[in-house]
Design a protein around this ligand. Sequence first.
Ligand SMILES: Cc1cc2nc3c(=O)[nH]c(=O)nc-3n(C[C@H](O)[C@H](O)[C@H](O)COP(=O)(O)OP(=O)(O)OC[C@H]3O[C@@H](n4cnc5c(N)ncnc54)[C@H](O)[C@@H]3O)c2cc1C
Length: 545
Amino acid sequence: MATFDAVLVGSGINTMTAAALLAREGWGVCVLERSDRLGGAIRTETDYTLPGFTHEVLSSWHPLFTGSAAYAELGDELHRRGLEYVNTRFPTATAFPDGRAMFLQTTMEANVAEFDRYAPGDGTAWQRQFEGFMANADLSFGVLGTELWSPAGLGLGRRLLRRLGRHGLLEFAGHALSTCRDWTTSTFASAEARGLLAPWVLHTGLGPDNAVSGFMTQVIACAVQLGGMPVPVGGGVRLVEALEGIVRDAGGDLRTNAEVARITVSGGRAVGVVLADGETIGATRAVVAGVTPTRLYGSLLRPTDVPADVRAAAARYRYGRAGMQIHLALDEPPLWKGPDAERLGQTAIVHVTPGLDGVSRAVNEAERGLLPAEATIVAGQPCAVDPSRAPDGKWIFWIQLQELPAGRVEGDAAGELDVGDGTWSEALREAYADRIVERLGESIENLSTATLARKVLSPVDLEAMNCNLVDGDIYAGSCALDQNLVWRPLASAPGHRTTVEGLWHVGASTHPGPGLGAGSGYLVAKELTKPPLPRRVLAKIPGRS
Ligand SMILES: Cc1cc2nc3c(=O)[nH]c(=O)nc-3n(C[C@H](O)[C@H](O)[C@H](O)COP(=O)(O)OP(=O)(O)OC[C@H]3O[C@@H](n4cnc5c(N)ncnc54)[C@H](O)[C@@H]3O)c2cc1C
């Protein structure tokens, strides 16, 4: 039986990051991936639509990774292994149906001018909110980078209390719980500013009327001004390859087509895994599972290995709205309409929506089981940042929809499409994609004439690619407050330490949730490799190291 210090289940950004960090500390690690390639939701495909066109089939944008603790630690080594990031001055914009557009850029000066363009005074409001947020950024970002259900989480709470005082802390917490609607409407006068920021809340798995969505919008908006919208030259696969290289060079093993069917527990401790083909692999120090709670507690562990309340809570874990991806190959760059056409053509992510109410309505329709009448179109333009993604003079679109019903489709809010029995048939998938592309065409003059090829992934197709995307939920679990922060993944098993000794839970279903920030993988790797307590105490004594 092959035996390693740590066995990692799945090869998403979190397990890959954890594997690299553990391998660098001398751990023998083995990554087991059920699909035919490493990377999970990082999946770059060359010649995907047509020869010479390189598409990010799933995730595309890396601001969360370049802003992460993992990147701070591994960045130099990843760059030595060929990873290179490129960025843009125009990370995001919203294009409104009447041809106007508003942009969020990477300097305070540009953003103040842009907010003032639609409502004098909004520029100052933007600056004030940015500076206010940054004054406590270590604490705000700290919430997302700390194991909340632990002494470190308690320490963060104490720091907040010391800095802000009792009433300040209450105010901070109340503010953090507010909705995107309340925050944007009370901060900005123009509908354009609200329409610029509101779609970003979708990228945190929330809607603009959900608790905490105001805080999440601010986190993203500030992060975009600070960090832009970086992508790896050539695609996310470069990051996966670089992480893989770290693991392999340290003697670790990474296997594809290796589905973990069971985690073996002996004497209350995880001691290895059994693959679907029956092979057993041992783990002497840790098993790190990058899977959903449903799978972890419902099938990878035996009922007798898990307390009944945890198993019941895992069975109740909710998945959120589904997603869809549309990939287009174009013969030439898009000709956006309106006075801001040129800048729109240089923008990484353009949201096409009527604004805050448009996002709110589409989210509400999707949550009621309907195809939204006017979905928020996330029109990603990878070539605006990394021209290597298409042959010279050509273009690709990475289009994301995040407002689709979880599970069965009950109907069409526009009353146009026959949803049949509510399952994602090829006909429904293509008909819905037609509607989206047609709407996008209202903002782009040459979209239909320039399109050479298209591929669409329905919620069912997404889950088929990555079983963590249950029912096509691209965030592996609803991010509503009762499943977020200290409650993620489960109130009865919060954080990453599980009820089984030596078994750790990471990935989008765990705190700090979805995205390429590698937060859970980083936290677990750090916990596993932290020096024993006496050495940590000695290290704090001046003059000792
Ligand atoms: C379509 C889409 C677009 C996105 N766009 C962005 C973006 O642009 N920027 C961003 O920051 N975030 C984006 N996200 C979110 C982000 O990509 C994910 O939250 C993140 O990649 C999840 O990482 P993870 O570590 O949870 O593992 P995942 O990427 O979910 O990978 C888990 C892996 O585990 C494997 N696995 C599961 N069970 C087993 C088993 N039993 N045995 C072996 N292997 C198993 C799966 O096959 C999968 O490969 C997007 C997500 C999706 C789906």
